[in-house]
Design a binder for this molecule. Structure first.
Ligand code: UDP
Ligand code: MG
Length: 315
């Protein structure tokens, strides 16, 4: 029987320190899974260190290693999309370069999709050991909120780490939005997914490229991309404020007409005004986020630009 091909797609940004560990780990797993053919596709996000040099070396020595190098850093999302577009495998797995997504799970994932009838096997962290308190807290709130206000269900602790059959990959690629939020996209396309738990791992070397603030913005974009509930809440909150304002106005008029008691007080007026301005700006901000997404999508710019690509991938 012909061997099935597994493509591993790995986004890399300034990963010169982690790449040697990743390289040996990938070689080990390819040897362990010798029943499948491997394509090891590294996507360089215009790193400033020796990442690209290492990729060239790996590709030169071993034809299973291939790389795509971007003209600038288009972000992890664009790298995953590019990797999925160029991957030629019957199955495609996404994993990070820092070994926080343990390649040792790949045999189990492969077994699930080839023998247990799943279309996708995805890994999630059972715990967030070693992660800063605030990051875990916000992540927990985010997953709960996302589950309630959108029609995509994202497993708490889910990473982008997953192995998918070709039909899932094609479905993901058919969603061509440029403002991508892959965790939502994976949930949105559906398919039978096996969830595999694993212990949180520390990055093998180097520093995180996605600091807390960037993750917060990313999470916010995810909400905007997959839910219109914030707009509904804004409308309801606006309506409630209007009703409160009408009731208050009637009360002021009645007070003046019946008891001849004018409402006085600069302080109370300022409070109402500041609340009104703040509230209006908040709602405008929320609408603005949706407008920004429409604006970015409508331009329809390419999601990435390739500066260099390894031989055998350019077709
Ligand atoms: N990454 C990328 N482009 C970026 C930021 C990150 O390709 O702009 C890659 C990075 O090299 C790594 C993966 O995305 O392979 C996850 O990044 P990181 O480990 O820094 O994020 P964390 O695990 O801390 O959330
Ligand atoms: Mg990491």
């Amino acid at each position: 029987m012909e061997q099935q091909k597994i493509s591993l797609v790995i986004p890399c940004y300034n990963e010169e320190e982690a790449l040697p560990y990743l390289h040996s780990s990938l070689l080990a797993i390819a040897e362990k899974m010798d029943y499948a053919e491997f394509e090891l596709l590294l996507v360089n996000n215009c790193s400033h260190d020796g990442t690209l040099k290492l990729m060239r070396e790996y590709a030169q020595k071993d034809s299973r290693f291939k790389y795509i190098s971007f003209s600038r850093n288009f972000g992890k999302e664009a790298s995953m999309y590019a990797g999925l577009s160029y991957a030629g495998g019957d199955y495609v797995a996404l994993l990070d370069a820092d070994l926080q997504d343990p390649p040792d799970l790949l045999p189990e994932m492969y077994r699930c999709v080839t023998q247990e009838g799943y279309d996708c096997a995805a890994a999630y962290r059972q715990n967030r050991k070693g992660e800063p308190f605030f990051r875990s807290m916000f992540a927990n709130v985010f997953y709960k909120l996302m589950g309630k206000i959108s029609n995509v269900n994202i497993m708490n602790g889910a990473r982008d780490f997953r192995l998918m059959s070709r039909k899932v990959v094609n479905a993901i690629l058919s969603l061509e939005e440029s403002e991508r939020f892959s965790k939502g996209i994976f949930g949105w396309v559906g398919f039978k997914t096996k969830w595999i738990p694993f212990e949180n791992m520390e990055r093998v070397a180097g520093k995180t490229k996605l600091p807390f603030f960037s993750s917060l913005i990313y999470a916010f974009k995810g909400i905007v991309a997959f839910s219109t509930v914030p707009l509904v809440i804004s409308s309801i909150a606006g309506l409630i404020t209007c009703i409160a304002a009408i009731i208050y106005t009637v009360a002021v008029i009645v007070k003046q007409a019946v008891w001849n008691e004018a409402v006085s007080g600069y302080a109370s007026q300022m409070c109402v005004m500041l609340f009104g301005f703040g509230f209006t700006l908040l709602i405008l901000g929320i609408i603005g986020q949706y407008l920004a997404q429409i604006y970015l999508e409508i331009k329809n710019r390419p999601k990435f630009i390739i500066e260099e690509i390894s031989e055998g991938l350019d077709s």
